[in-house]
Design a protein. Structure first.
Length: 102
């Protein structure tokens, strides 16, 4: 399927310096992978729906629940800078948007 010269070319393009042993190893491995893809291409997948994963996976997360923190002053004391407004005390951070075109 794939020969040693093709492995050298890919390694060169990827800027990898392979030893002769690694070239032989990757030639065998890549040939096996391509052979497996040829086997898969023989399957009739006309009725198979496309999926992102072979198995169903769901993310296990907890719901966000707001909880008041009683010692707000302690949190604000750890801020490098803070700002007091009529609405309350806040962390002050550097501006990241220029304000133009908004």
């Amino acid at each position: 399927m794939i020969d040693r010269e093709q492995v050298r070319k890919v390694a060169h393009l990827a800027r990898l310096d392979l030893t002769p042993d690694e070239e032989a190893k990757f030639t065998t491995q890549l040939s096996d992978i391509l052979e497996y893809f040829e086997q898969l291409s023989e399957l009739d997948t006309a009725e198979v729906q496309p999926t992102a994963r072979a198995i169903d996976v769901s993310n296990i997360t907890r719901a966000d629940q707001l909880q008041p923190y009683d010692n707000r002053e302690m949190i604000l004391e750890s801020a490098p800078d803070r700002e007091s407004t009529p609405q309350g005390d806040f962390f002050k951070v550097p501006q990241i948007l220029s304000g133009e075109g908004e």
